[in-house]
Ligand binder design. Structure first.
Ligand code: HEC
Length: 110
């Protein structure tokens, strides 16, 4: 099989898996443990990011999951390779999205 086809099938399978898991709802408590271990160093304990890391607190979980999936499948490329999502399972990403959705979003800029 061509690598392109394998990649396409992989993307398809994890997309279907993601939408099924998403329908079940993520587990924010589990997401929090993952976030403290894997994400807080860059995005902050509050998920508000800093001068060169975007805020992810209060993000719509569906959008959050999509962005993580896009990094995972290579659809979205982070030039500095900061976003290391290779080890995250789909369940991890669903739980992370559920957790960050519980945090207050950044104050709107006036
Ligand atoms: C080494 C630093 C670093 C770590 C660790 C990290 N991130 Fe990021 N994250 C970034 C940077 C830098 C960007 C912006 C990259 C880009 O330009 O695409 C980003 C972008 C994102 C985005 C897209 C935001 C948007 O507005 O589109 C999401 C969602 C995200 N990160 C979630 C996470 C989650 C969840 C984790 C933990 C599994 C994590 N990040 C770990 C640095 C990091």
């Amino acid at each position: 099989m061509s690598t392109k086809l394998i990649k396409l099938i992989t993307i398809l399978v994890i997309s279907i898996q993601a939408s099924c898991l998403y329908a079940d709802g993520g587990d924010p408590a589990r997401g929090r443990i993952l976030a403290e271990k894997d994400c807080a160093d860059c995005h902050g304990d509050d998920g508000l990011g800093d001068y060169d890391r975007p805020p992810i607190a209060g993000m719509n979980p569906q959008k959050h999951l999509k962005e993580l999936m896009d990094y995972k499948t290579g659809k979205r490329v982070d030039e500095n390779d900061d976003m290391d999502v290779a080890d995250l399972t789909v369940q991890d990403m669903v739980d992370l999205a559920a957790y960050y959705a519980t945090l207050p979003p950044p104050a709107k800029k006036k």
